[in-house]
Design a protein around this ligand. Structure first.
Ligand SMILES: [Zn+2]
Length: 428
C-alpha cells in the first residue's frame, strides 16, 4: 500500500497541518507527522478540501461524444478538484432505463478519475408524458438516487406529484429544471431591459419562480424531497426561503456563472454567454450570493454543459445553450464568495462537497478530512491568480465564458480514494 504525507496544508482553511494517507484512507491528521515510508507533498499553506461533489454535470455519453465523454468529463472533473459527479440524463439514448444508467456508471468506474453517479430521467425520453422506470434505475448497479429531466421541465403537475410520491419510498430526490414552457417559448435571454433593447425573446423570471412555487407546495403535500436546479433569480430565492421556513424539504443549487455574470454580457452577442436559465441581472447575482452564504441555497453545482465549437461559434439565435464549468467552478466561487468575505473555506467545503454528497447520497464523498475517512481530497493554491486558458482544459469542449478573464485559485492536487488523479496541476 502506498503512503502519502501532505505536509503543511490548511485543512478547510484552518491552521496548517499534516495529513497522512495510507492506501485509500486518511490515517492521521496532525502537526509534525512522520514522513517515514511516505511520498511527501509539500502543501506550503495551500488549502485542503474534501473532494468536490457536483450534483449537476452533463457528460454527454452516450450519444454526443463529439462534445464530451465520460472519460474526458471525469478528467475535467479531477482537474477542477472533483471526486464525484452526478451525470445528467439528457443523453442519446436518454438515461431512462436501468440499462443506460448502468452503462454510464460502468464507464465512470473504468475512467478512474472521478466517481460517476448517473441521474435517471423522470419521464420516458424526457418527454414529460409517462414516468420512467424510477424503481428499476434505483435498484440497478448504478443505485440511482437523483432523478431529473434537466434540459426540460417536468411541467405536468400530476407527473411531478407521482414522481415525488415514487421516490419517497427510497428517499430519492427529484431535481427540477424549473422552466414554465409556455412562458419561455422563443426565449433567447433574460427578459428585462437588455432583452428589450436588443429585441431578443425574453425568458422571464416568473417562468422559473412559478414552477418552484408549485413544486415546493407539491413536495410539502406529498412529504417528499425536491431539489431545484440552477436557481437564477432573486424571486426564486424568496420562494425557497419561505418554503424552508415552513419546514418543506427543498434544497437548491446555484451555478458559478449565475454568481458572477449578468445579462449585460449578451450585448456582445457572443453565444458563449447563452445559457439556460439565462444570465440575469446584477440584483439577482447579489441575491444569489447572499442566499448561498446564508444557506437558503444549499450548494454550488456546475451545470457543466460542453458543446462542440460548431454548436457555439455561430449566430446567437442558432447557438446551443450552456457553458463548461468543472475546471473553473472553484475559482469562480473563490472570486465571488471567498474573496468577497461572504464564505470561508469551511463554507466552501460545505456548499461544494458535504451538502451535495448528502443530497445525492454519494457514499464515501463529502466526508470530513479526518482519520478513518476515505482519502478523497483536493489541494488548492488560493494565492494564485491568473487568466483562464481553455487550451489547457481536459474537457473535450472549450465553451467557457471566462477565456482570458483573471480568476483566483488553482487546484494543484486531487486524490480519489488515495490515488492521485492530479499532481502539480497535471492529470496522472
Ligand atoms: Zn437545466
Amino acid at each position: 500500500m502506498s503512503k502519502t504525507l501532505i505536509r503543511g496544508a490548511k485543512v478547510l482553511g484552518g491552521e496548517p497541518q499534516d495529513v497522512l494517507i495510507d492506501g485509500e484512507t486518511i490515517t492521521q491528521v496532525g502537526a509534525g507527522l512522520s514522513a517515514e515510508g511516505a511520498e511527501v507533498v509539500e502543501a506550503g499553506g495551500k488549502v485542503l478540501l474534501p473532494g468536490l461533489v457536483d450534483l449537476h454535470t452533463h457528460l454527454r455519453e452516450p450519444g454526443r461524444e463529439d462534445s464530451e465523454t465520460v472519460l474526458t468529463g471525469t478528467r475535467a472533473a479531477a482537474s477542477g478538484g472533483y471526486t464525484n459527479v452526478f451525470a445528467m440524463a439528457n443523453t442519446f439514448p436518454v438515461a431512462d432505463t436501468a440499462g443506460v444508467v448502468e452503462q454510464v456508471w460502468r464507464l465512470g468506474q473504468e475512467s478512474g478519475y472521478c466517481d460517476v453517479q448517473p441521474i435517471g430521467a423522470v419521464t420516458v425520453g424526457l418527454e414529460g408524458q409517462k414516468l420512467a422506470e424510477l424503481g428499476a434505475m434505483h435498484e440497478s448497479a448504478a443505485g440511482v438516487t437523483v432523478f431529473s429531466d434537466d434540459g426540460k421541465c417536468v411541467h405536468d403537475a400530476v407527473i411531478m406529484r407521482r414522481a415525488l410520491e415514487y421516490v419517497k419510498a427510497f428517499d430519492g430526490v427529484v431535481a427540477q429544471h424549473a422552466q414554465e414552457p409556455r412562458l419561455t417559448e422563443g426565449a433567447q435571454m433574460n427578459e428585462g431591459v437588455v432583452s428589450a433593447e436588443l429585441g431578443l425573446g425574453g425568458w422571464p423570471a416568473v417562468a422559473e419562480e412559478s414552477v418552484i412555487a408549485r413544486d415546493v407546495l407539491l413536495a410539502d403535500h406529498v412529504g417528499s424531497r425536491v431539489h431545484i436546479c440552477h436557481l437564477s433569480t432573486a424571486g426564486s430565492v424568496e420562494i425557497v426561503r419561505w418554503a424552508k421556513s415552513r419546514g418543506i424539504r427543498v434544497t437548491a443549487e446555484v451555478t458559478p456563472h449565475h454568481l458572477l455574470l449578468t445579462d449585460e454580457l449578451v450585448r456582445s452577442y457572443n453565444p458563449v454567454y447563452k445559457v439556460n436559465p439565462p444570465l440575469r441581472t446584477e440584483r439577482d447575482v447579489l441575491a444569489l450570493r447572499e442566499a448561498l452564504a446564508d444557506g437558503t441555497i444549499d450548494i454550488v453545482a456546475t451545470d457543466h454543459a460542453p458543446h462542440p465549437h460548431e454548436d457555439k461559434d455561430c449566430e446567437w439565435a442558432a447557438a446551443a445553450m450552456g457553458m463548461v464549468g468543472l475546471e473553473t467552478a472553484l475559482s469562480v466561487v473563490q472570486e465571488t464568495m471567498v474573496d468577497t468575505g461572504l464564505l470561508d473555506w469551511a463554507g466552501v467545503a460545505d456548499r461544494m462537497s458535504f451538502t451535495p454528497a448528502r443530497i445525492g447520497r454519494a457514499e464515501g464523498h463529502g466526508r470530513p478530512v479526518s482519520a478513518g475517512e476515505p482519502a478523497n481530497l483536493t489541494l488548492v493554491d488560493t494565492a494564485y491568480r491568473g487568466p483562464v486558458d481553455p487550451a489547457g482544459f481536459a474537457s473535450r469542449s472549450r465553451n467557457t465564458p471566462y477565456e482570458g478573464r483573471e480568476l483566483p485559485g488553482r487546484v494543484t492536487h486531487t486524490w480519489l480514494r488515495g490515488k492521485a488523479t492530479l499532481v502539480d496541476g497535471k492529470l496522472t
